[in-house]
Design a binder for this molecule. Structure first.
Ligand SMILES: O=c1ccn([C@@H]2O[C@H](COP(=O)(O)OP(=O)(O)O[C@H]3O[C@H](CO)[C@@H](O)[C@H](O)[C@H]3O)[C@@H](O)[C@H]2O)c(=O)[nH]1
Ligand SMILES: [Mn+2]
Length: 742
């Protein structure tokens, strides 16, 4: 029942037609498998390989149906939020790693958009972790904090919707009218331009900041070896709602002999620093490449976090939507369908997985990943030496009343403790990263931490407000997108084989069966690269050896299952794209990108896990570059937007080999048709290859068309010659058809 003063409502989504069609595909797939099984004897190896691949796909489809069985949506009523007597404080954690790959002006915009949200300023504290340890970024933030003092009041006064200045000033529609507004807007624009100029000047010439004592700590340091540097950039003394929020810069200590655990390590430091400084009961973490697009975002999250039972709303995840992608998403980087379908489905089970950013957590959850924590004596042992941290953690674990009278917090009194908890060896002999905080052990620390949370039987919530809460930057080049996927794959597989694996968690913890299967669905994506590659190679192999695995026109039983599955499956996924407001072209681009990932990121992700398991090499977090040229707004190179870019990376070898192989197959089939070549005799009189295999070849080449084009293109759009040679040798190594060639 909907209560008129409720803060939110949970709605289940009904989609009977879609579900029936999904089930129909499943039934057809099972029939196909049975048919293959019954006729196994009268066919050769290819038939068996096809059966194996189709078995994998059918199992995957079964998981997909389970995942999508009962999707839910959440609707919030922010207008009722006014009834909440005292709003809770929130600590905002922003991570950045490298000022060259992640431009300071981008980080500055993220921070400005956060400081300007519609939430009492005294209740919000923003902490920026700089893993690059860069004085340029600190300088940029110092300058930005001065700009914030006029920008934040301007946004709040005129109810500006987009509060990241670079986006506001590049959009055409003004948020208000009138002479006064226009004057102020002009002033903001001028000030923002000056801010950009100063940051650019500092990037080019270190003299700008070097002479100031404020930056002394950075002298003679490098990214991997420096002491902790903490600076309080803005302070809201006395919990003033109309003032400005706290802003703290943190470059944690880095020493070459101490592991730093990448983003998870950075988040743990920020959790501790914010713990000793402001200790808000709610934490939201945001990547430096995301900005707040909906100023009501904190209120939206609070509608759930305060409106629902704690166990029902253990965290609130907002989608990751990207603003910088060219039309129709040529590199399949947009995650809209993921959030609108699969994660909505997961939301109907135990809740969406934790996606790494744009997520509001309860600090308590992050502190109690392990249930034995609350026992006396354990807290010191788990949380480390800092007395202040132990005290603040104790308050959180006891569930202190955050809605009491406002406390005056003085940030500078806690700065010593902040330095202590940010030191490189603070975590030694503690539970940080193991039982407390963001967990270590996977490149996708987010999913791992999320599983641990769901393992306690708690439920999370997916919230997709309109306009979207956050917008971010995705990679827009071929190699960057593939490297990112490779990291995700390695991270997912690391989870699958670790102690927290959802496969075990189902037996050992309170993870529900369907949630466990949902996690399995996500974490095993890359493993399907194996059957997928087999299936992709089959048509070419069949043509070259004159055998078959696909139906011919006479094979009615095979035709009656295979063709409808193919058509229904792809039509359904087109429908999903259309439902999400995306185009057919975006769907097709995604098909292509999946095929490309299969031959590259997935295979190499699996490989890098194998190397890790054998102790040969450790996986590293390769930060995604977010260059300014990523911005679609600069139209200078319009013609080439969305064109796939290649480099010498081994990632491209397999894809190139697959394309070469299929070209060879088609060429030989053409030569046979015109009578120049004799077809190889099909083994023991079985039917040879036919139209099915030819169409299969064409489909693969269409899906790998960026590679096909890359074979003939020049410069960065062409596949490098050494890669082509390596691919050709790969074919010679693996395909034993020399006999026929001779
Ligand atoms: O040593 C590091 C490495 C990365 N980061 C930060 O981690 C965030 C994510 O890095 P990015 O290079 O942007 O990776 P993406 O592939 O875009 O990140 C996606 O995938 C990650 C898991 O691989 C998730 O954590 C992210 O939330 C999700 O957006 C950024 O803010 C980085 O600054 C650090 O703070 N320290
Ligand atoms: Mn990112």
């Amino acid at each position: 029942m909907f209560n008129s003063s409720a803060l939110y409502q949970k709605l289940s989504i009904k989609k009977p037609i879609q579900t029936s069609l999904e089930l129909l595909i499943l039934i057809l797939a099972i029939s196909l498998l049975l048919y293959r099984l019954l006729h196994l004897k009268s066919h050769g190896l290819l038939w068996l390989l096809a059966f194996f691949s189709e078995l994998c796909f059918t199992f995957d489809w079964f998981l997909y149906i389970l995942l999508n069985w009962s999707p839910v949506d959440y609707k919030t009523y922010p207008q009722h939020f006014k009834q909440v007597p005292e709003v809770p404080p929130v600590d905002v954690l922003v991570t950045t790693a490298d000022w060259k790959l992640e431009p300071s002006i981008m980080v500055v915009n993220t921070v400005l958009s956060l400081l300007a949200v519609d939430y009492p300023a005294g209740k919000l504290s923003c902490y920026v972790s700089d893993d690059g340890g860069s004085p340029v970024l600190l300088y940029a933030l110092v300058e930005a904090s001065n700009f914030a003092k006029i920008w934040v009041p301007f946004c709040k006064k005129y109810h500006v919707q987009v509060r990241a200045p670079f986006r506001y000033f590049s959009s055409k529609s003004p948020s208000a009218d009138g002479h006064e507004f226009r004057q102020e807007e002009k002033r903001m624009k001028d000030e923002y331009e000056r801010l950009c100029e100063r940051i650019e000047a500092a990037e080019e010439n270190p003299m700008v900041y070097e002479t100031s004592k404020y930056y002394e700590a950075f002298k003679n340091t490098d990214k991997k070896n420096h002491p902790t540097i903490i600076k309080i950039l803005l302070e809201n003394k006395g919990n003033d709602s109309n003032g400005i929020s706290n802003l703290v810069y943190v470059a944690r200590e880095k020493r070459p002999n101490q592991p730093h655990y990448y983003k998870a390590g950075a988040l743990n430091v920020l959790t501790r620093v914010s713990g000793v400084m402001t200790n808000a009961p709610f934490i939201v973490n945001i990547d430096c490449d995301m900005y707040v697009n909906n100023p009501n975002v904190v209120v939206e999250a609070m509608c759930i976090l305060l409106g629902a039972e704690e166990q029902e709303s253990i965290f609130v995840q907002f989608p990751q939507i990207f603003y910088n992608l060219p039309k129709d998403d040529p590199f399949g980087c947009q995650l809209i369908t993921l959030f609108q379908t699969l994660l909505r489905g997961m939301a109907g089970i135990q809740g969406p997985l934790f996606g790494g950013c744009n997520c509001f957590h309860r600090r308590k959850t992050i502190y109690t990943l392990n249930s034995s924590q609350n026992k006396t004596g354990k807290i010191e042992e788990n949380f480390g030496e800092s007395e202040e941290l132990t005290k603040s953690a104790n308050e959180i674990l006891r569930g202190v009343q955050f809605n009491g009278p406002p406390q005056t917090i003085n940030l500078s009194t806690s700065i010593q403790s902040a330095y202590q908890v940010a030191s490189a060896d603070y975590e030694n002999n503690t539970a940080w990263g193991l039982k407390v905080g963001w967990l270590y052990g996977s490149m996708t620390e987010d999913i791992l931490t999320g599983i641990k949370i769901h393992s306690k039987g708690w439920k999370s919530v997916l919230l997709q407000p309109n306009p979207p809460a956050f917008l971010g930057l995705a990679p827009t080049g071929g190699p960057d997108a593939l490297t990112q996927r490779k990291r995700w794959v390695t991270g997912s597989l690391e989870i699958l084989v670790c102690k927290t694996s959802p496969l075990l968690a189902f037996f050992l913890t309170r993870l529900t069966l369907r949630q466990c299967l949902a996690y399995t669905y996500f974490l095993t994506r890359s493993l399907y690269a194996i059957p997928e590659l087999v299936y992709v190679i089959l048509p070419a192999y069949a043509i070259l050896t004159n055998s078959h695995f696909l139906p011919s026109v006479q094979d009615t039983a095979l035709l009656a299952t295979f063709v409808p599955i193919f058509i229904l499956y792809h039509s359904l996924s087109v429908c999903v794209y259309l439902q999400c407001g995306l185009s057919v072209r975006a769907w097709w681009n995604n098909v292509k990108m999946e095929m490309i990932s299969t031959t590259s990121s997935y295979v190499f992700g699996i490989l890098s896990l194998v190397l890790k398991l054998f102790g040969i090499s450790e996986a590293v977090f390769e930060v995604t570059p977010k260059g300014q040229s990523n911005n679609v707004d600069d139209k200078e190179d319009d013609r080439n937007v969305g064109k796939f870019v290649f480099n010498e990376s081994p990632l491209f070898i397999i894809g190139t080999a697959v394309v070469l192989l299929h070209l060879m197959a088609l060429a030989s089939s053409l030569l046979v048709t015109v009578g120049i070549l004799q077809p190889p005799s099909s083994s023991d009189g079985r039917r040879g290859s036919g139209i099915g295999e030819i169409l299969g070849c064409v489909w693969v080449l269409m899906a790998l068309s960026p590679f096909l084009r890359g074979l003939f293109a020049k410069g960065k759009y062409g596949i490098p010659f050494p890669t082509i040679c390596k691919s050709a040798s790969l074919i010679l190594l693996f395909v034993p058809f020399y006999k026929w060639l001779l």
